[in-house]
Every structure is written in C-alpha cells, then in structure tokens.
Design a protein around this ligand. Structure first.
Ligand SMILES: [Zn+2]
Length: 353
C-alpha cells in the first residue's frame, strides 16, 4: 500500500500543539531521515503544512482527533465554525464535524487520514450500540464526502471483543453501501483504536488485533493506533498490524528515560529503559544514533529532550527493523524475562492452531 517495508512506523509529531518533537524526517545529525509523520487534525490550522517546517517529502498521516473532541465537548474547529456551531449534541460527533475534519485533513495535504471515531472508553452499557453506530456512520460519511481520492481514508474501529467488532462491521457494511456505494473490501484500510488505555496489557492488544484480522476482508491494510513501543512492535506486527503510530518515544524523553537499543535489552544486559538522571552510562558505547554521539553520559543528555526523543525514536525504528527480519526469534527473546509478553505470545500461538 505505501511502498514501505512493513511494519510502517509512523511517529507522532506534535505539530500545532507545541512540544519538543525533533524534525526526525531531516537527515542526521538533526533527524533520522524517517519520512512518515502522524499529526492531529485537532491542532491544525488551514494551510498549516505550508506554514510550518513539515517537509513536503514526508508522508503525512492525519488523525481525526476524535478522542480530544469527545473530551472537550465545547471545542470548535478554529477558523471553520462561528460561535455556537460545534458538534450537534455535546459529546457526540455530528455530521458537520465529520465534514469539517475531513476538509481539514484534505486541506493539509494528508496522504492518509483517519475517520472520526467515537471511542467506547467510559461508555455505559446502553450507550455502546449508539457509539458503534456513530463510528460506522462517520466512516461512511467521510467516504461519501471526500473530494480527493489520492488521500487514503483509514476507517477507525472501536470494539472490546469479537461480538462488538462483528456488530460494528455489520453497521459499517450497511452505511458504506447506502452512503458511498462501497463494500467493506473496497475501502482503503482500517485502524484499530481504543488501545491506549491498555498499552500495559499486551495480551489484550494482541487479542483485539487477532479479532480484526479474522473479521476484516483478506489483505485489508490494518493500522494500530497509539501503542507502538519498542517492546510492543513485534507483537503488533505478528498479530496483523501493517502500520502503527508511536508517541511513547516523546513521552519517555519527557520523563528523561533513554530506550536501550534492542540488541542490549534482548540479551538481558540492560533494562528496556534507563533513567538518564544520575546515569554514568556512555550512550555512544551502546548506540550509533546522531543524538548519542553528542554526549559523554546519559546524565548529561537528560537536559536535551529533543536529543532523547530522537534517540528513543531511533530505537523504536530499530525494533521495527528487527521485528520485520525475524519476528518469532525476537518474541521468544522478549518473552524470556517478561510474563506479560509471554501471555500475549500464548494468544498468538493459540490463534494459529
Ligand atoms: Zn542513540
């Protein structure tokens, strides 16, 4: 689909939201020459891409910001709506919002755009079917309203078990046929959402991805939203993820955590993450990235959040490269000292028999 080696890692960039994300698409020493970036429509202004430093060669993946709109019920899309015109009812993304976000994604020049989802997190039992219905309608509506076919639309799915996924896909099939004259196997791809609250539970995430793989049309592109960390990547890939976005490299850097390069934590020589503060470890002895060569010790590096983030992304990409080469071997080595990974691997093995 994207002409890249799978799994495609799509690092989050906090464009429009401030923060310290390094320009990782630039060549070293400033960046890593990685040409995928995930930005959030919630923070974008019209013509934002032209006004900023996001290189035109970057493949832009633009999230809808669904979760942020639900949380912030009164938020209006800046520059699009006058006062008093927001989502039709508080908390529920209305049709105007679907169109406004789609236009923003198109206006930004997105290569991939995610449909406006209605997360299930915090839903009462009686609300679940309605949220699934809104998610299905929003996806079909985006297909109906899109004006630029070169922008791939990935349909965001939310479900907590196989029966919710079945219900969602049934609604989606009807909505897509009625609104856009499309079948499920004719859309550009899908994305599994709602996993962030479960990021510390790899078995849960693995189960949801296996359910998606068995329920979606054969060969459908599958993106995993929000949970790609160096330790999770081989699992997400083995369970069926083609592309995955990652924010953990920025969060870890803000906490002054340095990701250990995979060959060292897989061998059990060092923990997966090391607190930079007070550490005498010499990063260039373990890592060849353009950030690590600039500091004598991790303690010295901890003041430079961008350098830490760049290094952490380098390790994330390295984990993806290893996962692509030999997933089984990497999972075996990860599971050795990590019971949570072991449980997730058991789900994978169970699904193959
Ligand atoms: Zn490094």
């Amino acid at each position: 689909m994207v002409g890249s080696v799978r799994p495609v890692i799509v690092p989050v960039h906090n464009l429009g939201a401030g923060g310290n994300t390094p320009p990782y698409w630039r060549p070293p020493p400033e960046g890593l020459g990685h040409h995928h970036a995930m930005v959030n429509a919630y923070f974008l202004r019209p013509h934002h891409r032209k006004d900023t430093h996001l290189d035109p060669s970057v493949t832009a993946w633009v999230d809808s910001g669904g979760f942020l709109y639900i949380r912030d019920k009164t938020r209006l899309l800046a520059g699009r709506h006058g006062a008093g015109r927001g989502p039709r009812s508080p908390g529920e993304p209305g049709e105007e919002l679907v169109e406004a976000i789609l236009r923003r994604q198109e206006g930004f020049g997105a290569d991939y755009a995610f449909t406006l989802d209605y997360p299930l997190h915090g839903a009462m039992d009686g609300e679940v079917l309605n949220r699934l219905r809104v998610t299905a309608r929003n996806a079909a509506l985006a297909y109906q309203l899109r004006t630029r076919r070169s922008m791939k639309l990935l349909i965001v799915l939310h479900y907590r078990d196989a029966s919710e996924l079945r219900a969602l896909l049934e609604m989606l099939a009807v909505e897509l046929r009625e609104r856009a004259g499309l079948r499920l196997d004719e859309v550009d791809g899908f994305a599994v959402g709602g996993l962030v609250p479960h990021r510390g539970n790899p078995a849960y995430i693995t189960e949801r991805l296996l359910e998606a793989r068995s329920a979606l049309p054969r060969g459908a592109w599958l993106h995993v939203l929000g949970v790609a960390s160096p330790v999770n990547i081989p699992l997400l890939y083995a369970a069926g993820g083609d592309s995955m976005d990652s924010k953990t490299f920025i969060i870890a850097a803000a906490k002054r955590l340095w990701y250990t390069p995979p060959e060292h934590y897989l061998a059990g020589r060092l923990p997966a993450r090391i607190e930079a503060r007070g550490s005498r470890l010499k990063p260039s002895e373990y890592c060849t990235c353009p950030a690590c060569t600039r500091f004598d010790t991790l303690d010295e590096m901890r003041w430079d959040t961008k350098a830490l983030a760049l290094h952490n992304l380098h390790v994330t990409l390295e984990a993806a490269r290893l996962a692509a080469q030999d997933t089984i071997n990497m999972l075996k080595r990860l599971a050795k000292n990590n019971p949570r990974i072991t449980r997730a691997v058991e789900k994978l093995v169970g699904a193959r028999h």
